[in-house]
Design a binder for this molecule. Structure first.
Ligand SMILES: Cc1cc2nc3c(=O)[nH]c(=O)nc-3n(C[C@H](O)[C@H](O)[C@H](O)COP(=O)(O)O)c2cc1C
Length: 206
């Protein structure tokens, strides 16, 4: 018997660490979304969080194309996803395509931080969503050229990732054993000693 949405949330959340924002531990990337719209007021807060992200020269190179299930933007984004992602992402009420300018507006030079900045803004978006009880799942598995063409995105912008957004659904609704197993699997992370270094390959003393 698949776990319920409430049970899977317990399995997925990271162990709480005193002083770390609860949204960071509660956020995870589900594939099953409930058939329930996300109120506009919440979406505004979620994009507001992204808006206040830091960026190189405060260029705010990010743009977010947002589609609501049933509209043309949503259909276009969904159609660019690879088959594996299409199989589950179409249950989400909202699909977002993150786009970044590759040139600095202030001098026309290449902005090599734009994808970094887009990712940072997307991260704030996902955390704000988690804080509001809204789930997100980002995807790199889509046809970037097709997305660029479908939205006539100018060539000095680059597409980043697609993010599915909505309320957590029941794992059983995925209807596919492999996906249900992924939905129920505990999350894992590298230890701090592997990622925080004082010299290459040398863990920092924190
Ligand atoms: C940039 C990016 C691309 C991703 N691409 C996909 C994808 O194409 N399909 C998918 O199912 N999950 C995708 N994921 C989700 C990751 O697999 C997931 O974030 C990772 O396993 C960690 O799990 P967690 O987000 O639940 O902590 C992507 C995540 C990110 C940030």
């Amino acid at each position: 018997m698949p776990l319920s949405a409430a049970e899977v949330q317990e399995v997925k959340k990271a162990p709480a660490v005193e002083g770390v924002l609860p949204a960071i531990h509660n956020r995870w990337s589900p594939r099953s979304f409930a058939d329930k719209a996300v109120p506009s007021a919440l979406l505004e807060k979620i994009f507001e969080a992204a808006r206040w992200s830091a960026s190189s020269y405060n260029e705010q190179p990010w743009r977010f194309l947002v589609g609501f299930k049933g509209d043309a933007t949503y259909t276009k984004i969904l159609s660019t996803l690879i088959g594996f992602n299409q199989a589950w992402a179409g249950t989400a009420p909202v699909l977002i395509l993150g786009v970044a300018s590759t040139k600095f507006a202030h001098n026309g030079q290449e902005n090599r931080y734009s994808l970094y900045d887009l990712g940072a803004a997307a991260s704030l978006l996902t955390l704000q969503a988690a804080q509001l009880g809204v789930a997100t799942h980002s995807m790199g598995g889509f046809d970037q050229a097709a997305a660029q063409a479908a939205f006539e995105i100018p060539s000095d912008f680059i597409v980043g990732a697609v993010t599915a957004l909505g309320y957590l659904g029941e794992p059983a609704a995925l209807g596919n054993e492999q996906m249900i197993a992924m939905e129920e699997a505990p999350r894992a992370r590298k230890p701090l000693s592997e990622i925080v270094l004082s010299a290459w390959g040398v863990p920092a003393a924190l």
